[in-house]
Design a protein around this ligand. Structure first.
Ligand SMILES: Cc1ncc(COP(=O)(O)O)c(C=O)c1O
Length: 400
């Protein structure tokens, strides 16, 4: 089907996660799957352990926990499932409020709605494109002073491989005794190298961290997710809830409503191989980002954040078209589409999504601007130098 799509505005939407897209087009971000993945997946198939019980699942969890520096990792069917369970672990119930970044993929917020809880959307800061610590602190302090209800959880998202400015977020949440869930779906390999959390990986600062291994992520299992935590009890409960709340060693006894959210052994095999290659993937993403930065810096663009101490992976290399360019983001996307470049607009913020149009929003229009002006450029880890040059040439010719 993909080869039949016309380049242009229709093609702008033709991006399933990790999809190759229109034939001849340089894809946005596709999985890098090779011999090692084939070997482990085949091993899983041949062992007969194809479902959610099997040695690769446990090995993947152990190695993942070690890689990110968490005590426990619990593999899930998707990143969305991981967040859903993570919110339950933190005690979120019907009518509770959960503060969540406004500028993110909808998978961050849907689990809040699954629980009948109420999202409150917090705008981004311009520095990191992530949840604005000053807005968050201001709103929490204001509510506390006014004796208003406080949120049960603050959900921080590290978008596009860019860590949030976590120090002041933690300070504000600690001041008010509010738990943090980190949506690190897009930030595997990213972390902090300065400040109170120097040396930590995204997802390990909050009580719960959640990752995604969807097809377009830096490491994929086809579809999958992970919950990480240092809390023994939360980890045990995560395993219980993701396996239908089955009581071990007792015939079909389920002590609460559970979920069928476990990762399969085949998928875990894929994940193990990807994890072994993660350092290379991160290095490649950073190299691609640096080359784009150097080649595009004289154009009327805002380049992605580069904040000392916040070590991004540039999972999806994204730029903002400056207002001074006098043209729209869609003009640029159309131009790139005509040149065979599979670029994509950044997300519409959650407050502009129909299911969340009526929820409270804290702050201004930073997320709106990221959507109006933002687009991601091809940055697969197997992007060739020649293809990257084609993208650069297409970008430059737009402004010529
Ligand atoms: C920020 C963010 N949160 C949550 C998710 C949900 O993950 P999944 O697609 O694995 O359910 C994704 C990605 O897909 C994401 O990018």
């Amino acid at each position: 089907m993909s080869g039949r799509l016309e380049a242009g505005s229709g093609a702008r939407e033709a991006h399933a996660p990790g999809a190759r897209g229109v034939a001849g087009t340089i894809p946005l971000a596709v999985p890098n799957v090779g011999a090692l993945e084939r070997q482990y997946v085949l091993e899983a198939v041949e062992s007969g352990y194809v479902s959610s019980v099997g040695p690769f699942v446990t090995e993947f969890e152990d190695r993942f926990a070690h890689r990110v520096g968490a005590k426990h990792a619990v593999a899930c069917a998707t990143g969305t499932a991981a967040i859903h369970i993570g919110l339950i672990l933190l005690g979120v119930e019907r009518d509770d409020e959960v503060f969540c970044a406004d500028f993110t993929f909808v998978g961050s917020v849907n689990p809040i709605a699954y629980l009948g809880a109420r999202p409150v959307l917090v705008d981004s800061e311009r520095l990191t494109w992530n949840l604005d610590p000053a807005l968050l602190a201001g709103e929490l302090d204001r509510r506390a002073a006014a004796g208003e209800r406080m949120p049960k959880v603050v959900e921080v998202v590290h978008v596009l491989g860019q860590p949030a400015d976590i120090g002041p977020i933690v300070d504000a949440c600690e001041r008010h005794g509010i738990a943090i869930l980190e949506d690190a779906a897009e930030s595997l390999g990213a972390g902090w190298s300065a400040g109170r959390f120097a040396g930590q990986h995204t997802g390990t600062v909050g009580r719960i961290g959640c990752f995604s291994f969807n097809g377009n992520k830096i490491a994929t299992t086809g579809g999958g997710g992970m919950i990480v935590t240092d809390d023994d009890e939360l980890a045990t409960r995560a395993r219980h809830l993701t396996t239908q709340a089955k009581v071990p060693d007792v015939g079909y006894l389920h002590d609460e409503v559970g979920y069928n959210y476990r990762l399969t052994n085949i998928a875990a095999g894929l994940g193990l191989a990807q994890l072994e290659r993660l350092d290379d993937f991160v290095a490649t993403k950073r190299r691609i980002a640096l080359r784009y930065d150097e080649a595009l810096r004289d154009l009327p663009l805002e380049l992605p954040p580069r904040v000392p101490g916040l070590d991004a992976t540039y999972w999806l290399y994204s730029v903002l078209l400056a207002e001074a360019a006098g043209r729209s983001r869609d003009d640029l996307l159309d131009h790139l589409g005509q040149h065979g470049v599979g670029a994509r607009a950044l997300w519409r913020p959650l407050h502009l999504q129909p299911p969340f149009a009526d929820v409270p929003v804290v702050g201004g229009q930073v997320g709106d601007r990221l959507f109006d002006r933002g687009l991601s450029l091809p940055c697969s880890t197997d992007l060739t130098d020649g293809d990257q040059q084609r993208v650069i040439d297409a970008m430059r010719s737009f402004f010529a």
